[in-house]
Write a protein that binds this ligand. Structure first.
Ligand code: BGC
Length: 471
């Protein structure tokens, strides 16, 4: 690699390194931010929302019944029916549809929700035409955006994330929007519960987990996919903002949707590079969810792209290509959001001679011819961006485990974290890097207990059904 290019790439890689001292400081800052969010009723950019989910108990695996679940959270809308068997197992039917891009932006709440209601109706016709008319099926609605939730079946959208932008939906009750559109289609469905995907993941993993076998208690449900977020169970006395008259008398705690994507929006501790700033400026929720923008699948590819464009503008890469094209770069490289984290996952582990595999991928996905030096740069940057993401992901996990650990002091079980999402499930090395950072932080100092990451498949479907089951 030519020496100037090598120097610049090493500087960038260095900028994306995360040290132990920083991780420990950020974990403490996360714990403090949790407390601030639990105190303040009004949401603010300055702290995590810490939204009460109105779920006051964690499943024990004995729940039974047939429920529907609908899941809007990113690029897809999923409808499922779940039969809980009451023995930690379930049976599920499901259908999935990609959300048309023009319904994510420049459209209206009504258009989006009428589309969703039609998908629910189509699912019922296909799988449950046998359900008697008088039986209203209960539906748990997983809606994975920040919602100001005021009851198990009520919540208004605070703001969109992950590329959605339908301004007229903000401040509207999303349960009402779905129910009214289902009613228009005369479907026999009652939207009984509203749940964030992380709340669903927590409940679903707790349902599937048999602590006698796994010797661990499920304490966090989280997503590392298109977006990132986590939920956990908090004691009522630690949620000063909660109006206790809205909570059943015998409840001891409540599930909290942290919306940790918005951890440190003021950037008091998070590492920030000029590339993070450019990326934020391209999003429709600028200044918000800055933690998510350093971690989740929607942003990893864009960070890589922004860095490559910078190296090009500094005259360090793609110069021959630029000239041979008469003064332009392929539009898939010059336009934002064209690189998915799935593509990065192949670049990350390419060990072919001269990184020829990466060459083919860049040709296919971005129509971008590369030389071997450029491919090496791409791989180094990809690895730096992804390992920073995974290391940062350990911060909320360490903070929450540290916070809930005293509740389990009379119990010998380990802690387990139920995770879902394409990045944590499929990105090579992501889980290993989270674990490495967890070890550096060491949130359970002096204890023999371990923290296990366990993939909780279909968390949002089964979890929403479990929420509906509590109503
Ligand atoms: C949303 C969360 C969601 C997470 C994972 C974030 O962008 O704000 O509500 O849980 O993505 O889907």
């Amino acid at each position: 690699m030519n020496s100037e290019l090598e120097k610049v790439v090493n500087e960038i890689v260095e900028q994306f390194k995360v040290e132990k001292e920083f991780l420990c400081k950020a974990t403490q800052s996360f714990v403090d931010s949790m407390d601030t969010g639990l105190k303040h009723d009004k949401s603010s950019r300055d702290f995590m929302p810490m939204i009460p989910a109105y779920v006051t108990s964690i499943p024990n695996g004995k729940e039974t019944g047939l429920f529907l679940a609908a899941d809007l959270g990113g690029t897809n809308f999923r409808v499922c029916s779940i039969k809980l068997n009451g023995d930690h197992t379930f049976a599920m039917e499901q259908s999935k549809a990609e959300i048309p891009r023009d319904l994510m932006k420049n459209s209206t709440a009504d258009e989006l929700f009428s589309y969703l209601a039609k998908k629910v109706k189509a699912f019922l016709c296909e799988y449950h035409s046998d359900v008697e008319d008088e039986e209203k099926l209960k539906l748990g609605f997983t809606f994975s955006f920040p919602v100001n939730q005021t009851a198990i079946n009520r919540g208004t959208l605070m703001r969109w994330t992950k590329g959605f932008d339908l301004p007229d939906c903000v401040d509207k009750d999303v349960v009402e929007l779905l129910q009214s559109n289902l009613d228009k289609l005369e479907t026999n469905v009652h939207v009984a519960a509203l749940a964030n995907d992380t709340v669903g993941t927590l409940l679903a993993r707790a349902y599937a987990n048999n602590p006698e076998e796994t010797k661990s208690n499920t304490v966090i449900g989280c997503i590392f996919g298109t977006g990132t977020n986590g939920a956990y169970f908090e004691s009522l006395e630690n949620i000063p903002k909660l109006d206790l008259s809205t909570v059943p008398k015998d409840a001891a705690g409540m599930v909290i949707n942290t919306e940790w994507g918005s951890f440190d929006n003021l950037l008091q501790v998070l590492p920030t590079s000029v590339y993070d700033e450019i990326l934020d400026s391209e999003t429709s929720n600028k200044g918000f969810h800055l933690f998510e923008k350093r971690i989740s699948g929607m942003f990893l590819g864009e960070l890589l792209r922004v860095i490559l464009i910078d190296l090009f503008e500094r005259g360090l890469i793609f110069q021959d290509l630029y000239k041979s094209r008469g003064g332009s770069l392929p539009h898939r490289l010059s336009e934002p959001w064209q690189l998915s984290s799935e593509v990065l996952s192949y670049l990350q582990i390419d060990d072919s001679t001269d990184l020829k595999m990466s060459g083919l991928i860049m040709e296919n996905v971005l129509r971008l011819p590369t030389n071997s030096e450029e491919r090496l740069v791409i791989q180094k940057i990809t690895q730096a961006v992804a390992s920073r993401a995974a290391h940062l992901s350990a911060i909320p996990l360490a903070a929450i485990v540290q916070r809930v650990a005293p509740t389990y002091k009379d119990d010998e079980n380990d802690f387990e974290v139920g995770c879902d999402g394409s990045v944590v499930e499929f990105y090579p090395g992501f889980q290993a890097n989270i674990k490495e950072a967890l070890q550096l932080i060491d949130p359970l100092k002096g204890s023999k207990k371990k923290i296990h990451l366990r993939i909780a498949k279909d968390g949002s479907g089964v979890g929403a059904a479990l929420c509906a089951a509590t109503t």
